[in-house]
Write a protein that binds this ligand. Sequence first.
Ligand code: GCU
Length: 614
Amino acid sequence: MNCIQLIIKKGIIALFLFCFLPVLLPAQPALQNVYNRKTSSLNGQWHYIVDPYETGYYNYRYQPYDVVDKASTSAFYNNYHAKNKQELVEYDFNRSPKMQVPGDWNSQKENLFYYEGTIWLKRSFQYPLLKKGSRLLLHFGAVNYRAEVYLNGHKLGIHEGGFTSFDFDVTPYLNTDSNFLVVKADNRRIKDGVPGINTDWFNYGGITRDVTLVETPDIYIRDYALQLARGNAHKIAGYVQLNRFASNSPVQVDIPELGVRTQFATDSTGRAAFEIDVDSIRYWSTEQPVLYNCTIRTNREELKDRIGFRTIETAGQDILLNGKPVLLKGISMHEENSAKGSRANSRAEAVESLSRAKQLGCNYVRLAHYPHNEYMVQVADSMGMMVWDEIPVYWTIDFSNPRVLRNAAAQLSEMISRDKNRASVIIWSVANETPPTSERNYFLLQLIRQARLQDATRLVSAALEQHTGNSGVHMVNDSIGQHLDIVAFNQYTGWYGGSLKDAPNMKWEIGYHKPVVISEFGGDAKYGLHGTKEERWTEEYQEYLYEQNLKMIMKIPGVRGMSPWILADFRSPKRLLPGVQDGWNRKGLLTGDGKKKKAYFTLRNFYTNWTLKN
Ligand code: GCU
């Protein structure tokens, strides 16, 4: 073989590895169940430096940026202060302004409203001397979009993806007195990002979710799963994963109300996989969201969680919750405090938005278009609300780029890893409105396969698009549908085309004998703007749009759910009609501060009467 042939051969091997590696080696599992561990919060006021020219790196005049130099007096991650009146230092965190963490910078500082770029954030903290045999982890709920994290000048690592959690073991880098933590957050939209550069939501940047220190034993419970085995309502299948290889470590699982108290031993990889037969169990459901007190113990640690057990499957065109057909009476929502126009990130905000969905008559929510904060799925568990959980593979990302696939696969892995013990989560969604090209089909198929590998107990779907065939029939026959459990699609009859008057007589053809969910429909209305049902932007138009779409949807074969777009008006830089949108997408049934538009009552009334019989 000559050298050309050798180079080609190596190239093909490298390409193969890039392509398949993402689905073979999911990212390190997220640290499971942070909130029930021994934690200290680093939330609060952090100093920040706006750095649009990337000045904060060590050798900002030269590439590459990722040279870390602890001696550098110019690198922001060293938090350096001039030692005398001669020394040249052109930054100082302690004399810089502060912002609240967690919190997006756009809604906190008027001069940062549209800022897209780098901001360095810093806070100091003290931590008591760790006992021998203990570790300290630093956990982030999310940083949008790309984070670089430094502790006392050491680069801990980076994370890409604005909506999933990540953590670092900081034990070796702790100072006995004071520590300084520096985070470089960069919310630039990038062509090879996930999402890409074009989204219909506001690009809130910053440390947008909780920052937490977590103290653990040296060998600790890194991850665990406790859910009913797929298709077996009397068997809990699960595992406990320690943070490192440790064979024959005893692991105990207790579920007192189920009379479960059982012990296992880890294998050489520190993992104990098990099945537990359970006879009489009260299943989690939307009417009775039963959660069981579960305790996982090792000889060094005890971790408590409250977990619901249920089955979710499909049979023909039915969705079965605990073996019974169910309708998904839903609504879509963004992760936004619409009253403030900011990223939502607290338990109180989760309770408010899910309570609003409950009042609307929903038993299901579509968390669009990215994993929401962990409080949302915890509250959905206790409230009895089923959840569609989605990664931001949105519109036209770069489907032909292996790096983008690795990124999407990592975000999918992190989403599933974090939420896999939440009974409320019934659907993993791998995409929203993506063009059905061959690259995209390959890309999504990898993600679907990964989702099924990582979690065989839940349904997999994606929000597809419909198109009108020659005969005027509306078709949903996207080839990726053959790999999905639920055929979900967005349609905007009466808003982006089509006649509302004729809508109830429109013909639909769904290419698969599977449950059908209308993942989006809707139209804008400015609250308080009134007119005739023919006048776009009025509440009457939106009301008529809902009336006509609901009549049409009821005639689509196999419809078992819907999540109209959207619960509340939300910020979008794409929505600019003065006096009507003003930077907001007005498809909400509620205004940001919760006022109900007329269409709200149309949908609530529909959900009150919608049954599997009609
Ligand atoms: C799209 C998309 C949403 C968007 C909505 C709209 O289908 O999925 O993210 O906000 O429709 O146009 O308002």
